[in-house]
Design a protein around this ligand. Structure first.
Ligand code: SAM
Length: 306
């Protein structure tokens, strides 16, 4: 277990003395509910949570500006996953933190959390969001600028209660936007023809074709497994994608890869995005039926077998 604890800075960057050092951050439950429970939910809340299709809305604090970050999930989604699989005071890891939505949700819920991203600009954005959220509680949230491959340097074995993330979706964003999901009159908006990619850094999973991406995700998550406590959950948000009229089944590739690396699949939850997609264009009519990827995504819920 991680030692208790020092006040950590909001960010750690490569020039910090804390870079690639084990963090002194608490991972201990601080609430009064029973340790045998997996979360602080009441029976009534649990019944609601059993529904396997989830919907969320964005709130004011959510980042929706694609120039700030091209692919964020809502704070309310992160809060639901964290509430389901942790107690107050426990430690959450987001290996691909982006704008820091997981960290903001953890701050709201009094959970310790650490997020990693390759890009300094996103680490700065995480810090900015945490500062303006500015809730007083005893938990700490930190954003670290480092490659997800190096995460094992920062944590003691079995100190994490939850790994929750939305990784890059292979090289889905690494091409000029055609806005095919938009209706004709809305297609040529300011995003049209832009490459909305995080970076062209070769370590960035968003630059990798699906086979290399899957193997790299497997390597990273194999390294994370010893850090997770037994029966700790690992939830990964991904869509599938279409490329040259072929479905690229990212979710199947990841389920198979993580199983090979020692994780056990528990649930596949559908994030129903129909309430937040814009007016959609027409695809394939009248001969080629294609469901629209923007209307739903997968939440792949694994755990570390006991
Ligand atoms: C889908 S975004 C995460 C968005 C986040 N859920 C949010 O709400 O802002 C994926 C992030 O992974 C980062 N990334 C890509 N490859 C990485 C790597 N090898 N190590 C750490 N971060 C990486 C990208 O910079 C990007 O910000």
């Amino acid at each position: 277990m991680a030692r208790d604890t020092q006040t950590l800075p909001l960010t750690i960057k490569p020039d910090s003395p804390l870079f690639r050092q084990q963090l002194e951050i608490s991972s201990q439950k601080t609430c009064d509910c029973k340790a045998s429970h997996i979360n602080c939910m009441t029976a009534k809340e649990w019944i609601k949570a059993q529904i396997g299709v989830w919907q969320f809305t964005y709130e004011k604090r959510d980042i929706r500006d694609k120039k700030l970050h091209p692919a964020t999930f809502p704070i309310s989604l992160a809060k639901k996953v964290i509430s389901l699989f942790t107690h107050e005071g426990e430690l959450v890891l987001d290996p691909f933190a982006g704008s820091g939505t997981t960290l903001v949700a953890a701050q709201d819920l009094n959970r310790n959390a650490v997020g990693f991203d390759l890009q300094e600009k996103y680490i700065d954005l995480c810090a900015q969001r945490l500062q303006s959220n500015n809730l007083f509680n005893h938990a700490q949230q930190i954003a670290i600028q480092d490659d997800a491959h190096n995460i094992p340097d920062y944590f003691a074995e079995e100190s994490l209660s939850l790994i929750w993330t939305s990784p890059p979706y292979a090289n889905l964003l690494n091409r000029k936007r055609k806005n095919k999901s938009r209706r004709g009159d809305e297609r040529k908006n300011e995003q049209f023809g832009q490459v909305e990619q995080y970076s062209q850094d070769p370590r960035d999973l968003g630059t990798m074709p699906i086979e290399q991406y899957t193997a790299t995700m497997g390597d990273i998550f194999e390294g994370l497994l010893p850090l997770l406590r037994p029966k700790g959950h690992c939830v990964i948000n991904v869509p599938d994608m279409w490329w040259n009229n072929q479905r690229i089944t990212i979710h199947i590739a990841l389920v198979e890869e993580l199983r090979k690396r020692g994780y056990e699949l528990r649930n596949i939850i559908i994030w129903d995005r129909t309430n937040i997609v814009n007016r959609v264009g027409i695809f394939g009519w009248p001969s080629n039926y294609i469901t629209m990827g923007t209307t739903f995504e997968y939440l792949l819920d694994f755990w570390k077998p006991a």
